[in-house]
Design a protein around this ligand. Structure first.
Ligand code: UFG
Length: 334
């Protein structure tokens, strides 16, 4: 298939590019490089540096490359930033997605795989954990709302267009890198737990701060579901392969197990063999205490389940990239 990957220079999108090509697909990337890195686009994949809101240009890219399916990863994804600048998030994540869909409609591209998030569930009630796709969606920040909004658009657009098909994939916490450790997780600024602990293990930070130790969890710290990026992208490719006119998949992507912040710190110490200095700080506003998936629906409907489920293996994969690229893409980026 010919696949357009938006956000293909970002962490998850760059893995999609690599694994799609490995699976024999032709790939074109569109990325504005506002958060992504040219060096993350591997294998001489064509990279169009452009804004998605320019639907006429995007339509030309779709037509010129005979695109069959769009995988849409391009988004801003900092919860705190979305609270400070909601308009930016609604424009970038919601309005631009609509322009992209408009470009697709103009050219007749009917397959869409959308990167959504467990943040659309907000703070689920204890009886909804593990979280299934039927859990009520009540985002608690503009980032979650911006993704939820696109889900809503896709639902309505699908109903009105029987030939359109889409997969809405709600990610839990994505981690790890490709086996060759060619690409990996790099954000600027870095806010994600595993990269931060790895930076501390490398001596690039003096310590890791635990945001809150008084949650109603066994060790008092927040619990999350960490899914390996390779498993995550396998699910995308499987969904894409199964899209038929009228299909609308909605799946959670997680492993179905939760690990606390302390679990992750302990696992990282085991994997790296480094002692990591930990300080205990206050809660970070907006962090739900427990989020982990019930990934049963995609297992039942498509037979997918995560293969890499040991937390040490997931962290070892992230460490493989981080230890080789302690400064991320710095020094070799666009
Ligand atoms: N944490 C720390 N210290 C740090 C960084 C994180 O204790 O220095 C904690 C957080 O408080 C949280 C856990 O580690 O409890 C994981 O935090 P991350 O920032 O790595 O990930 P989040 O769970 O906050 O974020 C993920 C996705 C977001 C999405 C969100 C939904 O990365 O895109 O889940 O809740 F919006």
């Amino acid at each position: 298939m010919n696949v357009l990957v938006t956000g293909g220079a970002g962490y998850i999108g760059s893995h999609a590019v690599k694994f799609l090509r490995r699976a024999g697909h032709e790939v074109v990337v569109v990325d504005n490089l506002s958060r992504g890195f040219r060096a993350a686009v591997t294998g001489e994949t064509p990279l169009v540096v452009h804004e998605l809101c320019d639907w006429r240009h995007i339509a030309r890219v779709l037509r010129g490359n005979a695109i069959d399916c769009v995988m849409h990863f391009a988004a801003l994804a900092y919860v705190g930033e979305s609270v400070d600048d909601p308009l930016r998030y609604y424009r970038n994540n919601a309005a631009h997605a609509i322009e992209l869909l408009h470009a697709m409609r103009t050219v007749g591209v009917q397959k869409f795989v959308f990167s959504s998030t467990c943040a659309t569930y907000g703070e689920p009630k204890p009886e909804h954990i593990p979280i299934s796709e039927d859990c009520p969606q009540q985002p608690i920040n503009p980032y979650g709302w911006s993704k939820f909004f696109v889900e809503r658009v896709l639902t309505d657009y699908s109903r009105a267009n029987p030939d359109f098909s889409c997969a809405i994939l709600r990610y839990f916490n994505v981690a790890g890198s490709d086996r060759e450790h060619e690409i990996g997780e790099a954000h600027d600024p870095e806010t994600h737990l595993i990269p931060i602990i790895l930076q501390a293990a490398l001596g690039l930070r003096p310590h890791v701060e635990i945001f809150g130790t008084d949650y109603s969890t066994p060790d008092g710290t927040c619990i999350r579901d960490y899914i390996h990026v390779e498993d995550l992208i396998d699910a995308h490719i499987l969904c894409m392969d199964r899209l038929q006119p009228g299909t609308r998949f909605i799946f959670n992507l997680g492993i179905g197990k939760g690990y606390s912040v302390r679990d992750i710190i302990n696992a990282t110490q085991r994997v790296t063999g480094k002692k990591i200095k930990v300080i205990e700080g206050p809660r970070r506003p907006g962090d739900p205490p427990r989020l982990f998936a019930d990934p049963g629906r995609i297992r039942r409907e498509l037979g997918w389940s995560a293969k890499i489920t040991g937390i040490d293996d997931i962290i070892d994969s992230a460490w493989g990239w981080y230890s080789r690229h302690p400064n991320g893409y710095a020094g070799r980026l666009d």
